[in-house]
Design a protein around this ligand. Structure first.
Ligand SMILES: Cc1cc2nc3c(=O)[nH]c(=O)nc-3n(C[C@H](O)[C@H](O)[C@H](O)COP(=O)(O)OP(=O)(O)OC[C@H]3O[C@@H](n4cnc5c(N)ncnc54)[C@H](O)[C@@H]3O)c2cc1C
Length: 447
């Protein structure tokens, strides 16, 4: 009987893993909490962007393979390391009557991706302040603009498609601000450009964004960022300032913009909760993998943005290697080379758009860091300096930072950076589950 490979996450990494595990002869179950395949990159556009239709058709054909079982709307909420058992809830997240199922795979590929990160600043909790991902999801998925006059700020090339989506739904984008100075960005991208050949399509994409911004007369400024949002009922204006390479504010360079919305994105944070539950070792928050995408746990592979932020092409290249290896195959040298070439993009992203270490200089005592529990910067720093409460776990219990409904997905990396860089803790429940569902009988593994 062929090996049963379970792939969690149907983004670019997961789908490539499915394709290559099938090619290597495995039976594959692929599941995703979303109803459609494609992950963050493809999902957003399927409804609106007919240019992506061929991708959608390709995904459909792949998932209809006779050795492939596709479970949309399925959330993996726990992993039992002793029994090597995945616990799954099938059905709409906000509906009742989700089914409880389990899977015991021969090999597991984790491709759970990343979500966007926003650093805190005074006023970021005001209505009208959005993460860049949320602004893009509303614009692309629902054709809704988050405001009429919007400022886009943060770090990384992802700000450009966000600005483009906002313009496409009729918002006026007053400026796009990249916090890193021109010298950092130029140095990061221009060194040995031939090594970026795997991502040649990105140059065309970049030119398209530049043309769109120019057509709408949207200024793109480097070395400037949002340091405060002001308003009472909602954001009315934002204060921006020039920042140095480490993101410390240059005094006297503050400038105010009148806006009714601001969208901010400072890169991406991996979602390694399931990998942590499986016992995988992390490096700097990312899942550690070897040359064939094997994690430190036997039979568990990882690919895509949980192993490093490198874009959809890199994620797919890693997924291809992981899928083949998980099926018991030997990944071909060409697959390994393609993966290694694609990873260059991840290195460039990190050097061209780093997070400056001095961002905490924007914070004030009363700046909220954990929005769910309204924990302030002052509370956190006082607790971190308290000798009676050493260690991040005690610090969380003492301040409640990261213990609210989002379970630290928004503030986790920020809290950990502010309080000494603690790694994430193992959570037996990695996704929210209702008490009734927890008490319900498990149906076990279906045929
Ligand atoms: C909000 C957002 C918008 C983006 N927009 C762009 C863009 O416009 N242009 C661009 O070039 N790049 C964009 N990116 C980056 C791009 O999406 C990624 O580079 C790429 O999708 C990474 O692929 P992946 O397979 O690693 O992860 P993802 O595409 O994130 O896929 C991970 C999948 O795992 C699923 N999953 C996670 N946990 C579980 C679980 N416990 N149970 C079941 N399923 C689970 C998720 O639902 C998701 O579908 C965006 C990223 C984000 C976060």
């Amino acid at each position: 009987m062929s090996r049963h490979v379970v792939v969690v996450g149907a983004g670019p990494a997961g789908l490539a893993a499915v394709e290559h595990a099938l090619r290597a002869g495995a039976r594959v179950t692929v599941l995703d909490q979303a109803e459609t395949p494609g992950g963050q990159y493809h999902r957003r556009s399927l409804a609106a962007d007919s240019a992506r239709q061929p991708e959608f058709d390709r995904h459909r054909r792949l998932l209809a393979h006779p050795r492939c079982r596709w479970w949309p709307g399925s959330t993996v909420w726990a992993f039992d390391r002793v029994e090597n058992r995945l616990h799954v809830l099938r059905g709409q997240a906000d509906g009742s009557g989700r089914r409880r199922l389990t899977l015991v795979p021969d090999a597991l590929v984790l491709a759970t991706g990343a979500h966007d990160r926003t650093l805190p600043f005074p006023g970021w909790e005001l209505p009208g302040v959005y993460t860049a991902g949320a602004a893009q999801a509303l614009a692309k998925g629902e054709r809704v603009a988050i405001g009429q006059r919007v400022l886009v700020a943060g770090a990384g090339p992802f700000l450009l498609p966000v600005a483009e989506s906002l313009l496409a739904v009729g918002a006026e984008v007053v400026a796009v601000l990249e916090a890193n100075p021109a010298a950092t960005v130029r140095k990061g991208w221009s060194a040995r450009p031939w090594r970026l050949a795997a991502h040649a399509g990105k140059a065309g994409e970049l030119a398209r964004y530049a043309a769109t911004l120019a057509r709408h007369r949207v200024p793109y400024r480097l070395g400037r960022t949002v340091i405060e949002a002001r308003g009472t009922d909602r954001v009315r204006e934002v204060v921006t300032a020039k920042v140095r390479a480490d993101w410390s504010v240059v005094p006297g360079t503050e400038r105010t913009y009148e806006v009714d919305a601001v969208c901010v994105g400072h890169g991406f944070v991996p979602q390694p909760e399931l990998a942590v539950a499986a016992g995988c070792v992390l490096d700097g928050g990312f899942v550690r993998v070897d040359g064939t995408q094997r994690t430190t746990v036997d039979g568990v592979f990882a690919a895509g943005e949980i192993t490093g932020i490198g874009g959809a092409i890199t994620a797919a290249a890693e997924g291809a290697v992981a899928g083949c290896a998980a099926a018991g195959g030997e990944p071909a040298p060409a697959l390994i080379r393609a993966r290694d070439r694609a990873r260059t993009f991840a290195e460039r992203l990190a050097t061209a758009h780093p997070i400056g270490s001095a961002w905490r200089g924007w914070l004030r005592e009363d700046t909220i860091v954990c929005r769910c529990e309204e924990t302030t910067y002052g509370e956190l720093t006082r607790a971190a300096g308290d000798a009676v409460r050493p260690g991040s776990h005690a610090l969380k219990l003492g301040t409640r930072a990261g213990l609210g409904p989002c379970q630290g997905r928004m503030c986790g990396p920020t809290v950990s950076e502010l309080c000494g860089g603690a790694e994430r803790h193992h959570r037996p429940v990695v996704q929210p589950i209702r008490l009734g569902e927890l008490a319900a009988r498990t149906e076990g593994e279906p045929e």
